[in-house]
Write a protein that binds this ligand. Structure first.
Ligand SMILES: [Ca+2]
Length: 300
């Protein structure tokens, strides 16, 4: 049984490693080292990716979905060879023709000082694949970190909780991607009838929230949503319900992590069929989240 579990872990892990790849690999400098959240300022061999010396080296991340990419941040190697990055092209698009290296160019990197992170604005270019590509002979492509940011709905990345739960109307049903309009019991969250009911989403990271969309139930009780406050902030004081109130379609400054919905008053029920939180965030954070899930699986 133990071996069967370990095999499952390995297969899943390999599956997610396939989201990032490169044209060749120099020693242990694997492609996923460029998205391990470690800028490689010490021990670059264990936290930077690199190809061997070759013609037209490339590196690619598959975002799994088509996103509008706002910016790409590249961290260059500190301890040698900073000039290797010169001339690298950032390409974004949906084609895998020529391994994705024919997709439109966001930017061409002239140079990045050793150990420095440089930002390249991509003006919401749409694409599923992000490539780094150096055209030419006898080139290495070495990357210590690649961060890709864009717009998306980040609610499903978070952890939902609520002040009480009515039967099996669990908090996470508000972020399961199912608006619950056909089957309310399987797709919506609900508290009990109580004083000041609330529902909270911990986004797990910092986002610039641009818009919150809440889907109401469509059978009975739709008036329950009247008076619901959307609160966004970093405090868990009063279960997060003292954070600032935003508008229905808010423009929220950077730095908010928690989002609460609360109905002030006695004998209220908070029912939510779907909550979507839009804003700019790192597009492949899911990769790390899946790694966290894999850690849990490994206990089986
Ligand atoms: Ca790294």
């Amino acid at each position: 049984m133990y071996n069967a579990c370990m095999l499952l872990v390995k297969l899943l892990f390999d599956h997610y490693l396939q989201t990032v790849t490169q044209s060749s690999t120099f020693g242990h400098w694997s492609a996923d080292h460029a998205i391990d959240f470690n800028p490689g300022l010490t021990n670059s061999w264990s936290s930077c990716s690199s190809t061997i010396v070759q013609t037209n080296p490339w590196w690619r991340v598959d975002l799994r979905y088509i996103y509008r990419v706002s910016r790409v941040v590249i961290t260059n190697i500190l301890d040698c060879c900073a000039e290797r990055i010169n001339g690298a092209e950032i390409r974004i698009g949906n084609s895998l023709e020529n391994n994705g290296n024919n997709n439109p160019i966001c930017a061409v990197i002239s140079s990045i000082p050793a150990g420095v992170s440089s930002t390249y604005i991509c003006n919401n270019m749409e694409g599923r694949y992000v490539n780094l590509f150096i055209p030419g002979y006898s080139k290495y492509l070495t990357l210590c970190e690649v961060e890709v940011y864009g717009e998306g709905n980040w609610a499903s990345r978070g952890a939902a909780t609520q002040s009480s739960t009515s039967a099996d109307w669990f908090a996470e049903k508000a972020i399961d991607g199912k608006p619950g309009l056909q089957s309310l019991r399987t797709g919506c969250s609900s508290t009990l009838n109580q004083t000041n009911p609330w529902w909270r989403l911990d986004l797990s990271s910092v986002y610039r929230v641009s818009k919150v969309v809440v889907t109401n139930r469509n059978d009975c009780c739709t008036k329950q949503m009247k008076g619901v406050e959307i609160r966004i902030g970093n405090s868990l004081e009063n279960n997060g319900n003292d954070n600032p109130i935003c508008a229905v379609i808010p423009a929220i400054p950077a730095g908010e992590s928690y989002m609460n919905l609360i109905i002030p008053g006695n004998m209220k029920t908070l029912t939510l069929c779907e909550v979507e939180v839009f804003g700019e965030g790192m597009l492949y954070l899911y990769y790390l989240l899946h790694k966290k899930q894999l850690t849990i699986i490994s206990y089986c």
